[in-house]
Each structure stands twice: as C-alpha cells, then as structure tokens.
Design a protein around this ligand. Structure first.
Ligand SMILES: Nc1nc2c(ncn2[C@@H]2O[C@H](COP(=O)(O)OP(=O)(O)OP(=O)(O)O)[C@@H](O)[C@H]2O)c(=O)[nH]1
Ligand SMILES: [Mg+2]
Length: 568
C-alpha cells in the first residue's frame, strides 16, 4: 500500500514535458539590505562606521541564473559599520555588496515601477544605502540600512529579433547564419528560451540575433508561450518575421493559416503586445522554399507581402490588425538547405545600416561622412611600409598638392591607386580650339542647286602615265638647254610642241653655246678685275681662273667638234 502510494506520488511529481523546464530566467525578485551603522562611543565621542551599501552593477556575460546561484536566498545584504572603540574611535565603514547583473536589466520597484535600466556594461545602481554610524547627533546609536525588494527584469539586447510561429524554421536559420547551435526539431516550441547568437561577416562586422520561442495566435491571451518573451524584441533594431511558405496549423483542432495569414496573425500579436514594435524596420523571411509546390504557393501571395494593405481583403476578420507592419524586404529561403542564406545576412546588414544612417540624417552611401569607419569601410588595407613607400615616391615625383590629396584619398579608402591619365587634347586645350561661328543668314541650298554645282559628279578615270626614267629626262633637259644633241636619235620623228602665240610662247631656238661660253668667260674676267681693284682679288682669283680654264677647254672641244663636222 505504502509502496503504491509513494509510486503514485512520484509519478505525479514527474514533469510531463521535461524539455519545458527552462533554466532561463528573465525576472528575479531580490531583497537588498544596506548594512547597519556602527554605534558610537559616548565616553570618547567616538563615531560608529557607516553601514555598507548594496549596488547593482551591469556586467557582460552574467545571467540572472548567476545572481540566484550567488544569492540562493535572493537577499543581498551589505556589511555593517564598525562600532567605535577605544582602539578605533572612528569605526570602519561596512563592506559594500556589489551584485553583478546582466546587461539589459530593468530595475523595478513595487511602488515606483521602473526605476532604472542597466543597459550598458559597468552601469551601476544604488539599491540600498547603508545606515549612518552612531554619533552625538543620534545618541551614538547606529541606524539600520535601507531594506528594499526590487525586481530585476531582463530584456535581451540584440540587433535583430526573430519572430515567427513555431516550426517556421527560426532556429534552423539561426544555426545557418551564426555561430550558435540551437535545438531544432519538428515539434512546436522546440525553442523554449530566448537565445542570442552572433552573425559574423567577412569584414568582422558582428550583428546579434535573438532566436525567440514561437508565438501563436492568441499569445496575448497567454496561449502557447504567451507574450512573455516578446519583451526581448523591444530593444532590437530590426524585426525578422519568419513564416513557413505553407503556413501554420498548431493541431487538427486549430484552423490552418496560409503564409499570408500567418503574417497578419504575427502582426496582430505584436500589435497587441506593444503597437510601437510595428514601427521597427522589418524583413519578411519565407522559409521552406525547397518543398514541393512552394513556388506556386508563394506566387499566390507574393504581391501582398510588399503591401499588406492590399492583402487585407484576403485576411480573416479575426486576424486583421489595426496597424500594419512595413516590410522592408521579402526574402524567400530554404534554411535547411542553406539557400539564400547570404541574402538574409546581406539584407539584415543593409537595413540596419540604412536605418542607422537615417537616424543620423545622413545620405547613403554618405558623401558627407569622412572616409573610413562604419559607413566607409576600406576595401583593402595598404601596409604601413607600402604607405610610407608611396609617400616617398610622391615626394620624389614632386606631385602637386591636388595629386597628393587624390592619392591619399585612395590610400585611406583602400582603393587601387589612380592611374595617371594622358591629358586629352580636346579636354586640356578646348579653350584654345577655333570655334566655328555659324554664318548669319545662311540659306539652305535646294537639291537642284547642289546637283548643278557638280557636287554629285563622279570623277572620270584617267589612266596613270608611266614615268620616263630619270636619266633619260635629265639628258633631254640638257639637250634642250645646251642646244647640243646629246640624246641619240631613235629614228622616229619628234613632234615639235608648238605653243600658240596667245599663250605668249615663241618657237624654241637653241642658243649658241660657243658665244654663251665666251660671254661667261668675259663676265668672270670683268668681275675678277673689279675685285682686284677693290683689293679682294686674292681671295677669288684661283676659283675664277679655274672656272675660266674649264670654260676655255669646253670652247676648244666645241671648236674641234665643229671643224670635224665641216670636214665631213
Ligand atoms: N523542408 C524544410 N524543412 C525545414 C526548413 N527549415 C527548417 N525545417 C524543419 O522545420 C522543423 C522546425 O525547425 P526549427 O528550426 O526547430 O523551427 P523553429 O521555428 O525554431 O521552431 P520553434 O523553436 O518550435 O519555434 C525542423 O524539423 C526543421 O528541420 C527548410 O528550409 N526546409
Ligand atoms: Mg526554435
């Protein structure tokens, strides 16, 4: 009997779904108490030490579970102040208690509500002050420290919040794009506690993503996991809404929703939790595109994803939200087969950067922001040695300040150095080129006038005359000039070219070479005499005498030839 009873009790204690027992804590009630002030010593006017204080200090990597481990009773108490004594008139201050809490904690008071947010590493909050030490002002009796009961509420800090129905493939996507390895299974609510993963890019940029437990229709009424995890998307900068291309059906008793309806349902749940969440930038991920018929399915609703307003007519009344999400990007993917995963990464980064730029009222890509930094990441890095070498080369090359600035700009940007360009004539000297000034009163010529001007006449073909050999031409010319026949007669009668008198040309009469030679000799003799008279004869005498001798020889040869002709 006893055995049966204990067996039954045991079986009652055993949890039905073990995996639902989460070690994840996101709220914790903690009692804090400042240290008691030490008593004074009236005999000597000694003052007791001040009681220690309890502080909350935000620390990266800590969890609320760590707080519970350190303070199992959920009480953090600071040390009491030292009592004044003969040996130590002024009592020592009690030791402070520093409670290390995770970054992202909101401290709540039962009466005052939210008091502070410890959303940065090292941020501190004084939870309970210590009591003052005993002195003449308080009859040398130390005061008790402050006692408070505070709630620590953790809101995860991630850049991207992943929201979707169960089984949509959220964890599969997180596994594909980040370093995390969350639990993946084909049953709903596989993920039962939020998990933060980091997406790393090739340029070492890191973006954190929060994988949240699935939401279901009616989560606001605490169905499924309820809304309790939605607080973790409050601090995210981008909502990643994920849906199964074939929609979602929790069980046979529930209605099947297609993928467009699931988007409206998620929209409604977010709105019911906090309508301001809908103002966040949002990307819609449609998963399981590898499944058969997925393309046909997505084609049915594709145009409504970009404008949810238009699709409202297809939305069941109970799912219609009063405020709609603005979807910045729609990315169909297959998380399981890792298809289009890079596109998700790219979209996430682009949207975050764009929104950050918009917040700063900047253009994108910015022209006003200095090169380098977040928005102008260098494409390549020049080593210090290369940069120094380029600087020396710039000095050597005596570049202008403008040219140096241009090269420095490329160095800073990690871009290839500019290639020097040959100045284009037209560009460099265009100012100097003659400008064709159009004539005033230009009249258009008619086609008839143009044809008459001979512009369309085709030139007649004139065959090219073969050239006479140069030596032959030279001999002919000599013959003409001297009047002596040097060119042997080829027996053919030469045609005399007679030009008309109207052209101003006379019949050609070869001059007498002998009289010509005599004239030339006389000219030279006279010229030499003149030179001799001027005292310049010595300079030219030899040359002129040589020329005269040559002419005389030629004259002799002519004379001999003539006498021979006469003899014949
Ligand atoms: N065919 C196919 N199956 C997928 C794809 N992505 C995920 N799944 C499957 O869908 C099931 C659910 O995947 P999870 O990643 O656990 O889904 P979840 O959205 O995290 O689910 P909860 O944690 O329960 O909210 C698993 O059996 C996955 O193998 C996909 O792209 N194609
Ligand atoms: Mg999951």
């Amino acid at each position: 009997m006893v055995f049966t009873q204990s067996y039954l009790l045991k079986s009652v204690k055993k949890p039905i779904r073990n995996y639902l027992r989460s070690r994840f804590l996101d709220t914790l009630r903690l009692t804090t108490k400042g240290g008691h002030g030490g008593n004074g010593l009236p005999k000597y006017g000694g003052v007791g030490g001040q009681g220690g204080a309890v502080y909350f200090v935000a620390k990266e990597g800590k969890s609320l579970r760590d707080v519970v481990t350190k303070y199992p009773n959920k009480r953090a108490v600071a040390g009491n102040g030292e009592e004044s004594s003969k040996a130590r008139i002024l009592g020592r201050r009690g030791t402070d208690q520093k409670v290390e809490v995770p970054v992202g904690i909101r401290v709540l008071d039962d009466e005052a509500g939210s008091i502070t947010e410890l959303d940065e590493e090292g941020k501190t909050y004084l939870a309970s002050g210590g009591g003052s030490g005993g002195c003449s002002g308080n009859s040398f009796l130390g005061k008790p420290g402050q006692l408070r009961t505070l709630t620590l509420d953790l809101k995860l800090i991630a850049d991207v919040g992943l929201v979707g129905f169960p089984n949509a493939g959220k964890s599969t996507l997180v596994k594909a794009i980040s370093n995390a390895s969350p639990k993946i299974a084909s049953y709903p609510f596989t993920t039962i506690r939020p998990q933060i993963a980091t997406i790393e890019y090739e340029d070492y940029r890191q973006i954190t993503i929060a994988d949240l437990p699935g939401l279901i229709e009616g989560a606001h009424a605490n169905f499924g996991m309820g809304h309790k995890f939605l607080k973790h998307v409050e601090r995210t900068r981008l909502l990643l809404i994920m849906v199964d291309v074939f929609g979602f059906q929790l069980s046979q008793q529930h209605r099947k929703r297609n993928c467009l309806e699931t988007v409206y349902a998620l929209n409604k749940e977010l709105e019911l939790y906090d309508p301001t969440l809908l103002d966040k930038p949002c990307a819609l991920i449609i998963n399981k595109m590898d499944k058969e018929g997925a393309v046909d399915e997505i084609c049915k609703y594709e145009r409504y994803f970009h404008s949810l307003q238009d699709g409202l007519k297809m939305c069941p009344e109970e799912l219609i939200p009063s405020k709609l999400l603005t979807i910045d990007a729609v990315v169909p993917i297959s998380a399981k087969s890792m298809k289009e995963i890079e596109k998700v990464k790219h979209e996430v980064r682009t949207i975050l950067d764009l929104k950050a730029a918009e917040k700063l009222h900047m253009d994108w890509p910015s022209t006003r922001v200095a090169q380098g930094g977040l928005f102008h990441a260098p494409k390549a890095r020049y080593t210090k040695e290369t940069q120094d070498l380029i600087k020396v080369l710039m000095e050597e090359a005596k570049l202008t300040i403008l040219q140096r600035n241009k090269i420095n700009y490329h160095l800073r940007n990690g871009e290839p150095l500019p290639v020097p360009k040959e100045p284009k004539f037209e560009q460099e000297y265009s100012n100097f080129l003659p400008v064709a000034i159009p004539r005033k009163n230009i009249k258009k010529r008619s086609l008839h006038t143009i044809i008459e001007s001979g512009a369309f006449d085709v030139e007649k073909y004139v065959p090219h005359k073969p050239k006479e050999p140069i030596e032959k031409v030279k001999l002919k010319l000599q013959e003409q000039m001297s009047g002596i026949k040097m060119f042997p007669d080829d027996g053919r009668r030469r045609r005399r070219v007679l030009r008309s008198k109207s052209e101003g040309c006379m019949d050609y009469v070869p001059p007498d070479r002998a009289s010509e030679l005599l004239e030339e000799i006389n000219e030279r003799v006279q010229w030499l005499e003149e030179m001799e008279a001027l005292g310049e004869g010595k300079k030219h005498r030899a040359t002129i005498q040589l020329q005269i001798a040559e002419k005389l020889n030629e004259l002799k040869r002519l004379d001999r030839a003539k006498s021979q002709e006469n003899e014949i």
